[in-house]
Design a protein around this ligand. Structure first.
Ligand SMILES: Cc1cc2nc3c(=O)[nH]c(=O)nc-3n(C[C@H](O)[C@H](O)[C@H](O)COP(=O)(O)O)c2cc1C
Length: 207
């Protein structure tokens, strides 16, 4: 497996980089090839396609997730290159986990609704000594190994979903089938039900 940690931080050798190095070490010890790269909003992120797992991490400054990572998702081509990628997220910040989960993590997650997020974590200042980095790595590897590997789209359609699909105008069916199957694959669904189709429509927009 090849993983890349994409991050941002205003500090050189600050707490975010320390957490990244600890995550990298944990993954490498489990046989994962790991690279890290500091984000610039307008960089070209097409290299991300070469990795099986993308970990996005950043600190929070003045209630906002560090700007180059957010900028890469909002203004750059990172989001496009994350399509169908398995990802994990982490933040470093001074706030409580509960507050950060409500205020800060959604700033990233709102741009990643089409991705399978394997693990997410808020790291506090003591993250390097309290074992939370090791737990994050463990959780991440467990979820990665559990997630479907094959690129083949394998979700089965239920009879109701199939009937609904066939009631669509035929010129829309091809594109819709691909979209629904990719969505199910991204989300780890084994079955395409009416509920999955509704969820895909709500999250992706369109029909
Ligand atoms: C200028 C500044 C602003 C910060 N603002 C916040 C904030 O709004 N919310 C928060 O939870 N933590 C905040 N923090 C704490 C940082 O997110 C935390 O210390 C983080 O680990 C710093 O990462 P770094 O060492 O890579 O810069 C702030 C820290 C600094 C230096």
């Amino acid at each position: 497996m090849k993983a890349i940690i994409l991050y941002d931080s205003r500090s050189s050798n600050g707490s975010t980089e320390a957490v990244i190095d600890a995550i990298g070490l944990g993954l490498a010890e489990s046989g994962v090839y790991v690279e890290k790269a500091k984000c610039k909003a307008m960089s070209d992120y097409s290299f991300v396609k070469d990795f099986d797992l993308v970990i996005l991490g950043a600190p929070v400054y003045y209630f906002i997730v560090a700007s180059q990572l957010l900028g890469a998702l909002i203004h750059g081509n990172l989001k496009k290159n994350l399509k169908r990628k398995k990802i994990a997220l982490f933040l470093t910040c001074g706030s409580s986990e509960t507050m950060a989960a409500v205020l800060y993590l959604p700033q990233l997650k709102i741009h990643l609704i089409r991705n399978k997020i394997l693990a997410e974590k808020i790291f506090a200042a003591e993250a390097l000594s309290d074992g939370s980095v090791d737990l994050f790595v463990e959780d991440l590897l467990f979820e990665y190994n559990k997630a479907p590997k094959s690129k083949a789209l394998s979700a089965k359609w239920t009879v109701e979903a199939q009937e609904w699909f066939q009631s669509m105008p035929s010129f829309m069916q091809g594109r819709f089938r691909t979209m629904a199957e990719e969505y199910a694959e991204d989300m780890g669904y084994k079955e395409i039900t009416l509920e999955v189709l509704e969820e895909a429509r709500d999250n992706l927009g369109g029909t």
